[in-house]
Design a protein around this ligand. Structure first.
Ligand code: C2E
Ligand code: CA
Ligand code: CA
Length: 439
């Protein structure tokens, strides 16, 4: 166990990779295998909300002690995030040894922690990868374990092993990530724009930017594949700088001729926690002379709730630039309502999973109605995504929903197709441009 608590402190990515790299070199020299676990304490959010942040910190300190007690001294334990640990199991023979270690953690966690005389159970998710089978160096190994963790979290499982099986057309995450490195320079990325309608005014009020990647080897790679990879490798920062600049350049043109038009950009969780984010957005706004209030940043509910205290600070700084914030995929995470009240958000965006079948499924409709009422009680605007037919649009209108977006209105289209859509659409646009006749 570490002699002092400083060894439990969160470490920088470069120092993590440095230490892991040294251990893996030794393992290589000795011709042995190592297993890397990335463990996330998924119940920290609940502990913070139920018992308060101070007790949440206490809980994590005790969890650090616990995890050091579970493993022999020889193994390496590094705290890599507020609620994440990397654990390197040295000199193992195969995957079964990793499984034994995982089972030991899970078994020992069946005993509760005592926080202020109350029993608190820690719920964890673990991603595991094997060196040298899955990866050749520390960075790749961490990516593999991180990818496995993301899978465990999304499937609500205790653990998951990195699968060397291809995730997309036979290409591994590492291969996709390498191609992604060159995507910006090779002009393989583009943005599509999906219009949004103001249901009260019956007007086009803006568009969401959605990234597309066409690679020479893999063809079109969906954002649901490459965005999570970019998030786990840190490449998301470059992609976001690129997308903000393309979007703002485009917005300069559209916002000057259509008053009330707002451009919406998606911001990943990984970006929300990057210390450079405020400066980066400020520079992009200045570069293209865009007023902050012409921009909506879409941030997912789960991203905001990952570390609510930290995101509150970032979101406040962003709204000080005049930007509007929208909570994306609303309804799929587990926001604390009390917390929502403190967030400087302008809009809730109801996830499309509730909208797609709302006219056939009474439960979905009830959820949509409740979210709209909740949003309005908090003086927030509400937008529905995934509106695929006229009936859904009418139902949303009658429930008092403020805005809508979906295939019924338009699929995501290129900039020139959006211009065409606006010229010929049944929906009006508030224009400053006499060339566009809306009469
Ligand atoms: P999202 O932000 O929830 O985006 C909405 C997704 O729903 C888009 O998928 C859009 O094409 C799709 N969609 C829109 N209308 C309908 C509809 O009526 N029916 C159905 N079934 N689907 C509809 P897409 O473009 O594949 O994007 C997927 C996700 O990838 C996005 O989800 C977002 O999380 C992420 N993403 C896309 N572009 C970016 C980006 O530039 N930056 C970041 N960080 N993430 C992005
Ligand atoms: Ca979005
Ligand atoms: Ca969404």
């Amino acid at each position: 166990m570490p002699e002092n608590r400083n060894e439990y402190a969160i470490r920088s990515r470069s120092s993590i990779l440095d230490q892991l790299g040294k251990e893996l070199l030794l393992s290589k020299d000795n011709n042995t295998s190592s297993g890397l676990l990335v463990l996330r304490v998924v119940s920290l959010h609940d502990v913070n909300i139920i018992h308060g942040y101070e007790n949440g910190d206490d809980f994590m300190s005790r969890f650090s002690l616990f995890i050091h007690e579970v493993f022999p001294k020889a193994d390496l334990i590094i705290r890599i995030g507020n609620n994440e640990f990397a654990i390197l199991l040295k000199d193992i023979l195969n995957k079964n040894h990793i499984l034994l270690a995982i089972n030991k953690i899970l078994r020992d966690l069946s005993n509760p922690f005592l926080i202020k005389n109350e029993q608190v159970y820690a719920k964890v998710s673990i991603g595991a990868a094997l060196f040298p089978d899955d990866a050749r160096d520390a960075e790749q190994l961490l990516i593999c374990a991180d990818t496995a963790l993301a899978k465990a979290v999304s499937e609500v499982k205790d653990y998951s092993f990195f699968s060397t099986q291809s995730i997309f057309k036979g290409y591994s995450n590492v291969e996709i990530s390498k191609e992604l490195d060159k995507a910006i320079d090779k002009f393989e990325l583009s943005l599509l724009y999906q219009p949004k309608i103001d249901l009260q005014k019956n007007e086009i009020c803006g568009a969401e930017c959605l990234m597309r990647w066409t690679n020479s080897m893999m063809g079109s790679v969906p954002p649901d594949v490459f965005i999570p990879i970019a998030e786990s490798t840190g490449q998301i920062m470059d992609l976001t700088v690129w997308s903000l600049n393309v979007a703002f350049k485009q917005a300069q043109q559209w916002c000057s001729k259509w008053s009330g038009f707002q451009i919406a950009v998606n911001l990943s969780a990984a970006i929300l926690y990057d210390p450079n984010i405020i400066q980066m957005i400020k520079s992009a706004l200045n570069m293209w002379s865009i007023e902050g209030d012409k921009v909506i940043l879409e941030v997912t509910e789960s991203a905001v709730m990952l570390e609510p205290e930290h995101s509150l600070e970032v979101l406040k700084n962003l709204t000080e630039l005049g930007l509007h914030l929208s909570i994306d995929d609303f309804g799929t995470g587990y926001s604390s309502l009390a917390y929502l009240k403190c967030l400087p958000v302008a809009e809730l965006k109801i996830d499309k999973s509730f909208i797609l079948d709302m006219n056939k499924n009474e439960d979905d409709k009830m959820i949509v109605r409740t979210i709209i009422e909740l949003a309005h009680n908090f003086k927030l605007s509400v937008i529905a995504e995934g509106v695929e037919n006229r009936e859904t649009m009418i139902a949303l209108e009658s429930l008092g929903c403020d805005k809508a977006q979906g295939y019924y209105i338009s699929r995501p289209v290129t900039d020139s197709d959006l211009n065409e859509f606006i010229q010929s659409s049944e929906w009006k646009i508030n224009t400053n441009d006499p060339a566009i006749d809306q009469s």
